[in-house]
Design a protein around this ligand. Structure first.
Ligand code: NAP
Length: 364
């Protein structure tokens, strides 16, 4: 199996440590001197994930941290990756999962600032989070905010940092402006609504499918909701904004919804394209851009890790600071066990989820 750390390299030093620490219970199985943990493995693109035993690394490499994962957030991109529909196409077998929270089990030489048992939150470079252990570059490990449970932490980085980057740098949202957010009850949408309301003090119009999702948005402090199953986005935006349109659009859905939002933007408004949950990449009527003197910009948060690491890390530290100050709080719609990972994917694909869906590997 093509894991980042070769399976034949075993974790003797970690095992010695684990035996003498409260982390002892983290290691699930021993077989002929080898130690294994459970992980959800993609063995063939398009097939259901298989929960299998995966060998622990023998030694934690220099600059790396071994995290005993308590919970991992599921992102739409994980599902697309397993289906072979994402812009990044890893070779099988691989363990998906791009964010987790847990405790430091061990670390390699050169790692400073952590001790065993620390509560941490991490993004392990796009995969490997859906397992009971995860080996991560130390610079991608952050102290978990005390204000959040580890389950909440598991859903705290990708959606929130994406939304922070999209609203601050890309859209240049300002206090008092109005922002229209689509799939607003989803993970990224709800994060954007939280940040727009509680960091930028903006007016939020949340667009989503269904009365229950609209009710959740209002509970979370969203001032206006539009149920796109029963209401016309353009008509409702006109009424809410006295015909002016919204200053900013943040769209996660694509297709006709994107076009309706584009037509709902104000003079010199800013439209940010973040995702295509509908599976439909919209064709833009550019005359609308001319007529409104508006701009359309895209954002791919993960790409900033290599293209502009400073901005990338800043988006993370900004949201972690806001969590620690109690300004923001992720909504965890539902948790599933690791064994239920395929059911969790279906739950998201069937549009039943709200906020973040999290896999729970062990209790805090
Ligand atoms: N650019 C970036 O850096 C970045 C970062 C994170 C996420 N994204 C993208 O943003 C989008 C949303 O991600 P998320 O994590 O917020 O997902 P999510 O929590 O699963 O929310 C997706 C929502 O999209 C709506 N939707 C509309 N049409 C759909 C369809 N045909 N199938 C499924 N859902 C549909 C559903 O809400 P309703 O029922 O309310 O319509 C659904 O709940 C994805 O495309 C993801 O790849 C991009």
């Amino acid at each position: 199996m093509a894991f980042h750390t070769p399976p034949e390299v075993l974790l003797r030093s970690v095992i010695r440590t684990l035996r003498s620490s409260s982390a002892q219970n983290f290691v699930k199985q021993e077989c002929a001197g080898r130690r294994f943990y459970r992980a959800a493995v993609c063995t063939k693109i398009g097939d259901p994930l298989q929960v299998q035993d995966v060998p622990l690394p023998d030694k934690v490499p220099d600059g790396k941290v071994l995290i005993a994962g308590h919970a991992a957030g599921i992102n739409f991109a994980d599902i697309l990756t397993v289906q072979g529909k994402y812009q990044v196409r890893p070779r099988t077998p691989f363990v998906p999962g791009a964010e987790l929270a847990g405790r430091v089990a061990d670390f390699g030489a050169g790692v400073e600032g952590f001790k065993k048992g620390d509560r941490v939150i991490s993004i392990p470079g796009g995969m490997n989070a859906f397992g009971e252990f995860c080996l991560v570059d130390a610079h991608m490990v952050f102290p978990a905010p005390d204000t959040l449970t580890l389950v909440e932490c598991a859903g705290a980085i990708i959606s929130y940092a994406t939304a922070m980057l999209a609203l601050s740098r890309t859209a240049q949202l300002k206090e008092g402006e109005t922002v229209l957010i689509t799939a607003a009850a989803g993970a990224t949408g709800l994060a954007a609504a939280d940040i727009a309301r509680n960091v930028f003090r903006a007016q939020v119009i949340g667009v989503c499918g269904g009365a229950d999702k609209c009710a959740l948005l209002r509970e979370r402090g969203v001032q206006h909701t539009i149920d796109y199953h029963t209401e016309e986005i353009r008509d409702r935006v006109k009424k809410i904004t006295d015909g002016n349109g919204v200053d900013v659009v943040m769209d996660q859905v694509g297709g006709n919804i994107f076009t309706d939002c584009l037509k709902s933007v104000a003079f010199e408004g800013r439209v940010v394209t973040v995702g295509y949950a509908s599976g439909d990449i919209p064709k833009v009527p550019v005359n609308q851009v001319l007529l409104k003197s508006c701009s359309i910009r895209g954002v791919w948060w993960g790409n900033y890790a290599t293209r502009n690491p400073q901005v990338f890390i800043q988006s993370i530290t900004d949201v972690l600071a806001a969590f620690s100050q109690g300004k923001l709080r992720p909504h965890i719609g539902r948790t599933f066990s690791l064994e239920e990972v395929n059911a969790a994917f279906d739950f998201i694909l069937n549009r039943q989820s709200t906020g973040k869906v999290v896999l729970k590997m062990r209790d805090e």
